[in-house]
Design a protein around this ligand. Structure first.
Ligand code: P6P
Length: 348
């Protein structure tokens, strides 16, 4: 470890900032299942996050290191970053005797994980969006990884089935995201609040930087792609106009960077609403229920916020297929309530 890393390590240790590893151990009794399994699950996600973070941060050098499909100076094939992220998370999760199945935005079908003795005794399924918003990488805008964790509901000892993945979001045992931004943060919940950890890249350690994150009940930021305005349902148009009117604490500020994790992370800290409604272009909206909306909704509700499809809480929706899309309204509870009010009125 170089002198800078040593100094940084000593500084952070001296200040007793809790590390992610210490936090998991200290709080594993809250996890109603086998404590060791949660630790190994989150630790495998932590490891994969560090690997992906390293690659994402190099992306700016792609012209030097070679774009996807090229070979780099070591003669290695350059992978598209979302393919690299997908491979990294899947391989890290596969090798830790915890997971019996994985579903990913990058894979048409789910992956069965037999386990070391091919006995299908592992108890968890993980659903991931390995690099959400990856098109932003070319313009140096932050991107994220989203993960969702369930206990399997089919019998241990048998291969995982689609039924294990199509559980309502309310059944999640853990969920979270990594945001690869100006700093890299891992934010997650196991159903006992939301905590944020910031990576110190000098020593590769995540430190508890945002304990007990809470969505402000009200906010002044609305996040939606207004380029789709003409295609939105009338209720959404009416709510956007409401956000723009001059009254009370309005007009709100429009902030939308086209990266779900970053937009929601900012709104959770400052207060705000993120919307990806259905439209005449996308009858069900764009976002995926299983590995985007459900985990972000679990986080939002655990942080005192709200998430719905405009009418029904996201976590109460019964999934019917792996990659199904739903309209998504997520953020400060009073703002989501108001958006739902406009939607309900437009259907009267
Ligand atoms: P649009 C990224 O592709 C993503 O899935 C989310 O991260 C983001 O909020 C949304 O789509 C952006 O979509 O249609 O506004 O470019």
């Amino acid at each position: 470890m170089n002198i800078f890393a040593q100094a940084t390590y000593i500084f952070f240790m001296a200040r007793k900032h809790q590390t992610l590893g210490e936090f998991i151990i200290e709080n594993q009794s809250e996890f109603k299942y086998s404590s060791g399994e949660l630790s190994r699950l989150i630790n495998s996600i932590r490891l994969a996050a560090k690997v992906v973070n390293h690659e994402v941060n190099k992306a700016g050098l792609v012209d030097i290191l070679g774009a996807a499909g090229d070979t780099n100076i070591q003669g290695e094939d350059q992978q598209k970053l979302d393919v690299m992220a997908n491979t990294t998370f899947i391989n890290t999760l596969k090798n830790r005797e915890i997971v019996c199945g994985i579903a990913s935005e990058e894979n048409d079908d789910y992956i069965t994980v037999e386990g070391h003795n091919d006995d299908h005794q592992n108890k968890y399924v993980v659903l991931i969006d390995p690099l959400d918003g990856s098109s932003n990488i070319d313009v140096n805008v932050s991107v994220g990884t989203i993960f969702s964790i369930y206990r399997r509901i089919t019998e241990a000892g048998t291969p995982v089935t689609l039924e294990d993945f199509l559980q309502p979001g309310r059944n999640q045992v853990a969920a979270g995201y990594i945001v690869y931004g100006t700093s890299t943060m891992l934010v997650y919940t196991t159903g006992h609040g939301v905590n944020g950890f910031t990576l110190n890249p000098a020593i590769g350690t995540f430190y508890l930087s945002h304990p007990n994150m809470q969505f402000p009940e009200e906010g002044q930021i609305y996040s939606v792609n207004e380029g789709n305005y003409v295609h939105f349902p009338q209720g959404v148009k009416d709510y956007i106009k409401y956000c723009q009117e001059e009254e009370g604490n309005r007009p709100y500020t429009s902030r939308y960077i086209g990266s779900l994790v970053s937009d929601i992370h900012r709104n959770m800290i400052k207060g705000g609403i993120y919307m990806y409604p259905k439209s005449s272009l996308n009858a069900k909206g764009k976002l995926r229920l299983l590995y985007e909306c459900n985990p972000m909704a679990f986080i939002a509700e655990q942080a005192g916020g709200k998430a719905s499809d405009g009418f029904t809480p996201i976590l109460d929706l019964k999934p019917t297929e792996l990659h199904e899309r739903v309209p998504f309204f997520c953020g400060s509870s009073l703002m989501v309530n108001k958006a739902e009010e406009f939607l309900a009125n437009s259907y009267k």
